[in-house]
Design a binder for this molecule. Structure first.
Ligand code: A2P
Length: 276
């Protein structure tokens, strides 16, 4: 598995995302993913499936230290006491003493007086206690990162944001790269929407891989961490196989050119995402 170096250790570039997987389905989906070979699992308080993910982790024979586990702080929980209380509950549900990565899920600039620095500083306590090996953010734009970097001691290890061929988010990804913040792509397949694209289909035919493998190989070539989600074991396996797919410079450039800019987003802009 290809890895990205964080300041705290390495992270598998290809992980298993659990967004939209219910708590009931999570034990089977995560167990399948571990059996396929994934050793990097991404969940969030918001997904409501931490207990189900934890059940899979509790049942597996794979040692905890071989698995990279990420969870995220939900949007109603930014106040210091709520950060501490809900993070403790996440560890209980995940049935582990620590997570490898804990992220602020959304910046929520319209709430909490726009202050995500206080929230992040509480998360720095978890690094000191060993309960979070690394901390970072999700859905932070450049101006959020600039503000954050000016007020915290531990640089975010990761910024997990929407990136796929229809929304390449290039300026933000470049800013992160320049500042030593690893770029993690959520909905790396554009929620499945980019898989029917003709350009991607043609490249898939050219090198006898599947469209999903082409898109994931593009992410890997760009240096992104990517966390595709699937509840189907054959698709989990197909996606995992992307680590063996190599794209030419011309193929990467052809996929880069599919970017639609802002209209390519599938989610809300982080400046206006306000769901508590
Ligand atoms: P499913 O879970 O039914 O397999 P993203 O990770 O970009 O959000 O994309 C997830 C969506 O893409 C889900 O709807 C998932 O459906 C689908 N998907 C995941 N992997 C594949 C694949 N290899 N081929 C086709 N669709 C896929």
């Amino acid at each position: 598995m290809r890895k990205i170096e964080l300041t705290t250790g390495s992270i598998d570039q290809l992980g298993f995302g659990t967004y939209k997987i219910t708590n009931e389905d999570a034990p089977e989906a995560v167990t399948c993913a571990l059996n396929v070979g994934y050793r990097h699992i991404d969940t969030a308080q918001m997904y409501g499936n931490e207990l189900g993910v934890g059940n899979a982790l509790a049942a597996t024979n794979i040692p905890r230290e071989d698995i990279f586990l990420t969870t995220k702080l939900n949007t109603p929980n930014h106040r210091p006491d709520d950060v501490r209380r809900t993070f403790a509950q996440s560890l209980v549900d995940l049935q582990t003493d620590y997570v490898d990565l804990f992220l602020i899920h959304w910046p929520m600039p319209m709430y909490y007086g726009g202050d995500f620095i206080t929230t992040y500083r509480v998360m720095e306590e978890f690094v000191a206690s060993g309960q979070a090996r690394a901390i970072g953010v999700s859905n932070f734009e450049i101006h959020h990162l600039e503000k954050l970097l000016s007020g915290v001691s531990i640089k975010p290890a990761v910024n997990q944001v929407e990136i796929h061929p229809y929304f390449t988010n290039t300026e933000l990804a470049s800013y992160c790269a320049e500042h030593g913040i690893a770029v993690e792509a959520w909905s790396p397949l554009g929620r499945g929407r980019v898989l029917n694209d003709a350009v991607i289909g043609a490249i898939a035919d050219e090198i006898q891989a599947t469209p999903a493998q082409i898109v994931l190989a593009w992410h890997l070539a760009k240096g992104h961490i990517a966390i595709p989600k699937s509840t189907h074991v054959e698709r989990q396996r197909e996606n995992f196989g992307a680590v063996d797919v190599e794209l030419s410079e011309a193929q990467i450039a052809a996929i880069d050119s599919l970017d639609k800019g802002e209209p390519g987003r599938t989610g809300k802009h982080p400046d206006v995402f306000d769901r508590l």
